[in-house]
Design a protein around this ligand. Structure first.
Ligand SMILES: [Zn+2]
Length: 285
């Protein structure tokens, strides 16, 4: 039996080295010790090594042996409105999420998608918004009517500038932006067809007289823009593209773009101060 004797030698060697280590620097000797044992005894069963290993080696092995001691984690999601569906399938938006549907640079709606419950909310629009571009899904339309009514009562002058956009309209719009500014620039403020949240019928651009009803970041500094930022969530809307989310969403800050997700979720998103993408991921985790 050569092994035991060899092991004994190793043990003695190790002990000697450990003895040295304790009185000197442990770090410097360690690398010399370990390779010697493992190189010369490749066939040594793993069970034997603890008997001859130093304390440091045993500490190293512990994590590998720990997994069986795992404590089972059971986290029952307490939120009632948690959808069980996936957020997307192969880059296609999951319409079953209803008012929580996620559309972004990576996730698209089918080109044929048009919501079945589009209605025209009874609010003020700029003249250039015509036809179905004034429409929203029923729930969002009711919500924006309440928002506009309360805004007006508070002396806040707002108008809708663009709500639903069909796939076909987005084709025209995006192409015109690309022709004007180039694709890279256009991608920062507009969406390729299928990737626009306006196609969901849950998004509306709102602006104020104080900025000539333009879609401009200057809206942020106006009392109307501030009112929107402070109050939109109480009607179920989020200011979807925040300055702090630019890197994550791929869109520049758009103080005018409101997305309807319902009061409870909009309030959560505002409190958590995270992009809608991140909120949904946490919600559905
Ligand atoms: Zn918009």
């Amino acid at each position: 039996m050569r092994k035991p004797s060899f092991l004994m030698v190793c043990c003695a060697l190790t002990l000697t080295l450990v003895g040295c280590n304790t009185s000197e620097q442990p770090e410097t000797e360690q690398p010399v010790d370990e390779p010697t044992v493992s190189e010369q005894e490749p066939t040594t069963p793993p069970e034997e090594s603890p008997t001859e290993s130093t304390e440091e080696e045993q500490v190293n092995e512990e994590p590998a042996e720990e997994p069986p001691v795992e404590t089972p984690e059971e986290e029952a999601p307490p939120i009632e409105l948690v959808p069980t569906e996936p957020i997307e399938r192969d880059g296609q938006a999951n319409l079953a999420l209803d008012t929580l549907v996620l559309v972004n640079k990576q996730i698209a709606l089918p080109s044929t998608y048009k919501p079945g419950d589009l209605v025209t909310p009874n609010i003020d629009f700029v003249d250039s918004a015509t036809g179905d571009r004034r429409m929203l899904r029923q729930e969002a339309a009711t919500a924006v009517e309440a928002l506009m009514k309360d805004a007006k009562a508070a002396g806040i002058d707002l108008k809708g500038t663009s709500a639903f956009r069909s796939y076909e309209y987005q084709v025209q719009l995006f192409n015109s932006y690309v022709a004007r500014d180039g694709k890279e620039q256009a991608m920062k403020y507009s969406a390729p067809p299928g990737h626009s949240e306006h196609q969901t019928g849950l998004a509306i651009d709102i602006s104020s007289a104080s900025v000539g009803y333009q879609l401009t970041q200057g809206l942020e500094q106006t009392k109307e823009g501030k009112w929107l930022a402070d109050n939109a969530h109480t009607y179920g809307f989020i200011v979807r593209y925040q300055r702090a989310y630019e890197a994550e969403t791929g869109y520049m800050y758009e103080p005018w773009h409101l997305r309807y997700i319902g009061v409870e979720h909009a309030t959560n998103v505002r409190e958590m101060n995270v992009p809608f993408e991140q909120y949904l991921e946490q919600l559905m985790d």
